[in-house]
Each structure stands twice: as C-alpha cells, then as structure tokens.
Design a protein around this ligand. Structure first.
Ligand code: SF4
Length: 656
C-alpha cells in the first residue's frame, strides 16, 4: 500500500495534486488485512480521508491475488457511476496489474428490447412530446452497448412510458426470449461474470441476497468479498428486501400485462378482458380503504384489527377492508386458474402466473399480520400506495445470509461511529466481536478550518418561542456568512416555517427544497452567488458543494428519527422489550450519525472553511448532548456570533 499511496508512490506520480494522507494508507492497510485474513471490518473514514481509493486498491489487489470476485456496493447510483467513470479508469491506468470492472444496476434501469419492439405497435405514449422521446429511445437502444437509461441524458428522469419498456424481471421471459443473446441484461451479466470487481448499489445487492437460494435464482455473479460504501444505510435497505411488499402499481401492471398477452382466440380474449375488469374493480375497492382520511403522504402503521376483528361472542369477523381483501384475492385466484387453463400458452404466461402467486402470497402475509418479528405498515407516495411487512431486526438475517457466508465484508462510511465507538452499528447489523474496526483520521485540519457555533440562549425546541428564536439566529448567521449557506431542518414543516420567517428578512437569493428537482436546485445553488438553500433530510447526505459557495451549515434541531414512523417505533419497542434503552441504544446514536452527515456537507476539501451551527440547546442542556459533541469533528466551539463574523473576515480568519 505504501508503494501505491506513499508520498512518492504510484498515485502521487500519476496525479499532480495528490496529497499523501496517513489516514488513507491506514485504511488501505486495514482493508487489505481484512481481505488476506478473511475477516470482516468496519471503517469510519470522514471526508478528507480518500476512502474510495483506500478500499478500491486493496479490493482489486486481493481479487487479483486470489482469483475471486469482489462486489463493491454503494448507497446511491450517483456514487456507483462516479466509481465506474472516474476512480476505476484512473486505477486502470495507474496500477501495474490489469484488472476488469463492471457495473450492475437494478433491471428497471435497462431497456427491454422485446418491449421496445412491442411498444412500436402498442399505444403507450402520452402525447407528442413522448413520441419524440420514444423515438430517441428506440434509436439509442439500437446502438447502446449497455442499455442503461443513465446514458439518455436528455430524457426526463421518469418518462411515464419507461415503465412499459424497462427490463424488470416480472415481465421477462428469460431464455425463451428471441432477443435473449442481444438482451442488455444478458450482456450486463456476462460482463459482470468476466470482471474482477463488480460495482452495484445496496438496493441491487440486497434484492439479490434476499433471492439467493430461493426459486428465482440470483442476480449477481458469485463473490467471495463485499465492500459496502455508505454502510450506514445497510440496515434500512436490508429491511426493505427481507420483507414483503405489495403496491397499487403492481396490480395496475398485472392488469396491463394481462391485456398485452398475445392471445389469438376471441373467446379467450373476451374472458381475459372480463378478468381484467374484475381485478381492477376489486383492486380499486381494496385501495380505497387506505385512501380514506386526509390522504396525506407518509408512512403509517397498519393497526391490528384492520382486516379482521373479534366480535363480542369471541368469533373473528372480517372488517370492510378484510372483505375487500377477500374479494381481491378471489379475483387474483380466478386470474391464476384461468391463465393456467388457457389453451394457448404463450411464454409470457409463465411469468404472469408466477407474479400473481407471489403477489397473493405477500398480500396474505401482510393481511395476516401475525408474525411478531415483523412490523406491518403502509406508505402513501404520489398516487401510489404501498403495503409492507419489514423485519424489525435484520441482524440475524444478515448474520445467516451474509456474514457467515462471505469471507470478507468491509463496511465503510464517513459516519458509522457514535461517541467514538461502533457499538450501535455492530448491534444493528449483528456483527460479532471478531469484526475489526477502525476510525481513519481525516486529513482536514478542523481546528483551523471550521468553527462550531452554539447560540447562547435558545428555548427548548418544543417551546412556543422556538420558531422565532431559531429564525432570529439563522438571520444573524446568514448576515455574517453573507448567505452561502445550507439551512437544514429535521422536518418539512420546520423547513417551511424557517424559510417563511427568514427569506423576507435577508438580501440573499433563497431556494427551497421541493420547488424544483434536487439536482436542479443544487445546480442553482452552486451557480448563484451568496445563495441560501432551505432543505430537509434528503440534502443531509451525498451532497457535495466545494469552496466558498457553501460556507455555513445550519442545523435546526438534533435529527432524532420520528418516533411516529412505524419502523422506528417498532425497533424502539423491540429494544425496550428486551430490557434495553431504546433512547440510548438507538435514538441517540442514530441521531449522532445523522447530525454528522449533515455537518459533513461543510468541509469538502483541504481549503474549505466555514461555520457549523446547531441551534438545538439540548446539545448543552441534556446529559446526552455531550455524546453528540464528542462525536463531531474536533473544531473550535463558540457561542459568540462575533467570532462567526471573524471566520468570514479574510484578514482575521482563524487568527484566534
Ligand atoms: S430477455 Fe427479458 S429483458 Fe431481455 S429483451 Fe428479452 S424479455 Fe426483455
């Protein structure tokens, strides 16, 4: 590793701006040891460590040495693309031994050649604009090597017709497809099978892990080691895939695909149309029960007694929603038997029947709601409704399916430790004592690059005076920093309230999350001098603005997970029921990691400097506040707004 990362190593010679970073080499050596000794490892590597190369180089070295394949899994598709487009080509030039890398995304990202052909004769487009787009997609699919829609930079993010032409597995006929050899999925798999390093994202990784060993086979090629970047996201993604889910979109898709079956018999088609109509009616009736109330978006628990209740005489009876479920299940049953008995059996039928069976199975599991290891909940998002059953504790599943099966698992992120230790992440993921850990020191000089501002007299965040007091502090800070700030709130309501009070009082351009797409807002923020962005959780992670344009990050409250969230509430209850303290073992460490993520937006390079401000007084008034303070970067702390002003004064900056 010294030969590669050292001051005169291969990277330093290839990259004129390369800085030697002891934390990077320390991490690279720890990762290499984990590979050679077949151990698991957790590494916290804050911004400025150079963690991507610190895991990529040993992962490549180990894959070449032992001949096995290593999976690199990232939290987002953006990071996946960055690795593939930037870091991997750089290392292919620099490293002395040749290696191959491939990336895989979820099948929904790729075009299906069969469906594109079929769409040419089917009415799936919503107007002239879409016809133009579709034409563009058709031409692109003819020439593209990957079939990944990320190549279509001119395409709007979610054109409504993409759902009709993507390569998702439910509608794929596999080897029976006439385009199987030319298929983008077949080619993607082939590239991955031939590669030493395969770059995926957590969603694909856990979708595959949940399927492995089951009747649907596997998506990823076999591997002997995995590196998770942004590993703080693993628990939530794993819970999503180890559970069951049924959505209103799935039922809509079933009806649509039923109508598209290439059946020639007039009688059979008439019967299928009847079934589709019946299924639509029963599905509408079922979802109606979940649309009642104010219909606001969010995640809500499915309460016991939703589908069945006990009468006073002790008998169990179905509720109206339970009746609606029975009607829907009956319609699905009829669809399954009719499809099975059709005299014509085109290849598409097999996958359609398989989907109906899986859907009935998942729906039955959610409606029964009687497995105490699961939390049952629903989500309203856009016009979609999602019913879910998620395992409350994924540690046992991860232990069985991942840590005991794979030789080396490396988990890294800029934020994994709280109060200097990894107890939280170890507990949540089920890691044993044998798992090594490391906090790789950052190369940034936080003492001289950042100041943490804690306002001297703030009311309790639940007090009536809080919103105005918070707004007053934000105004003072923005005047000192001349805008150039992120104001991060823990809720939409808090963000909006701050924006409404602050924006009219300052002379800097203000942007508000939700008024444009995230990427567009970030772009505007980067391009507009002295801009201020008001945002919530989705801007706390994975956002990178370098330089003076972002000189101040203000966080309104400590980011405790909302206890009304059904998954959070179930995890907390589970810990308390086992005799633990969910507050200290779950809520506090989880909020520390979230706060570190938010504050991590500020210092993104060795020359960045600025002010972190946390307006929540509990940092100092509560006993647990110390755990937060000990977990933050080692910068100077002040309650004097004049010192904040001095940070931005070019002559006196950081003089004292
Ligand atoms: S193999 Fe499946 S995904 Fe590929 S073109 Fe054929 S149907 Fe589409």
């Amino acid at each position: 590793m010294e030969e590669i990362f050292g001051p005169h190593g291969l990277i330093a010679r290839a990259h004129p701006e390369y800085e030697y970073r002891p934390g990077q080499i320390q991490m690279a050596e720890a990762v290499l040891r984990a590979f050679t000794e077949k151990r698991h490892l957790i590494v916290e590597a804050g911004t400025g460590t150079g963690k991507t190369l610190a895991y990529l180089v040993p992962a490549i070295a180990a894959a070449l040495a032992r001949g096995g394949r290593t999976i690199i899994s990232t939290g987002t598709k953006n990071l996946q693309e960055q690795l593939m487009e930037k870091d991997v080509p750089f290392l292919q030039q620099v490293l002395p031994k040749k290696f191959t890398a491939a990336y895989m995304k979820g099948r929904g990202n790729y075009a299906c050649l069969q469906k594109i052909k079929r769409a040419e004769t089917m009415p799936i487009l919503d107007g002239l604009d879409e016809m133009d787009y579709f034409d563009e997609v058709r031409h692109w699919a003819r020439d593209s090597q990957s079939g990944d829609r990320a190549e279509l930079t001119e395409l709007p993010e979610y054109p409504s017709f993409w759902r009709h032409i993507d390569a998702r597995s439910e509608t794929c006929v596999g080897q029976k497809c006439p385009d199987y050899d030319a298929c983008f999925i077949t080619r993607m798999r082939q590239r991955a099978t031939d590669a030493d390093i395969v770059i995926v994202n957590h969603h694909l990784f856990f979708a595959d892990l949940a399927l492995r060993g089951g009747q649907y086979g596997q998506v990823l090629p076999d591997y002997s080691a995995v590196v998770f970047d942004e590993a703080h996201l693993i628990e939530d993604v794993a819970a999503e895939y180890f559970g069951a889910q049924v959505s209103s979109y799935q039922l809509e898709d079933l009806v649509r695909d039923l109508a598209m079956l290439p059946i020639t018999s007039v009688d059979a088609n008439r019967e299928l149309t009847k079934i589709a109509g019946r299924l639509t009616r029963f599905a509408d009736n079922f979802w109606m029960g979940f649309r009642n109330g104010r219909g606001e978006e969010g995640r809500f628990p499915i309460m016991p007694g939703t589908f069945a209740r006990k009468r006073t005489d002790g008998e169990i009876e179905a509720t109206p929603l339970g009746d609606a479920y029975l009607g829907l299940d009956g319609a699905l049953d009829r669809m399954e038997t009719t499809l099975d008995a059709l005299p014509e059996q085109p290849v598409e039928i097999e996958s359609l029947v398989r989907r109906v069976r899986q859907l009935r199975f998942d729906l039955q599991f959610i409606v029964a709601g009687d497995d105490k290891h699961f939390v049952y909940w629903m989500e309203r998002r856009g016009r979609g409704l999602f019913l879910r059953a998620s395992p409350i504790d994924v540690s046992g599943l991860l232990q069985d399916k991942l840590f005991e099966k794979v030789e080396t698992v490396v988990m890294t992120s800029a934020t994994l430790a709280s109060a200097g230790n990894f107890s939280f992440i170890r507990e949540r993921l089920g890691l044993t004592e044998e798992t090594d850990d490391l906090i790789a020191p950052s190369s940034y000089d936080y003492e001289n690059q950042a100041v943490l501002y804690l306002p001297p007299r703030m009311p309790d965040p639940r007090a009536q005076e809080w919103p105005q007091a918070a707004a007053d502090e934000v105004i003072k800070l923005l005047r000192a920093s001349e805008g150039r700030a992120f104001v991060l709130s823990t809720s939409f309501a808090g963000m909006k309230a701050l924006y409404d009070r602050v924006a009219p009082e300052i002379d800097y351009p203000c942007f508000l999350q939700g008024t444009a797409a995230k990427a567009g807002l970030l772009e505007k923020f980067r391009e507009t001098p002295n801009a201020v962005l008001f945002a919530t959780a989705s801007f706390w992670q994975g956002v990178d603005v370098r330089g003076e344009q972002l000189s101040c990050v203000i966080v309104d409250k400590l980011p405790f997970a909302v206890p009304s969230d059904p998954v959070v509430a179930a995890r907390q209850r589970y810990i308390d029921d086992q005799g633990g303290s969910s507050f200290y073992e779950y809520s506090v460490p989880q909020a520390i990691i979230a706060l570190k993520q938010g504050l991590g937006r500020l210092i993104r390079s060795a020359t960045d400097r600025g002010v972190l401000a946390v307006l929540d007084p509990r940092l100092r008034t509560k006993a647990y506040g110390r755990m937060f303070l000990e977990s933050l970067p080692p910068c100077r702390v002040t309650s004097d707004i004049r010192e904040v002003g001095r940070v931005f004064d070019k002559d006196t900056a950081f003089a004292g």
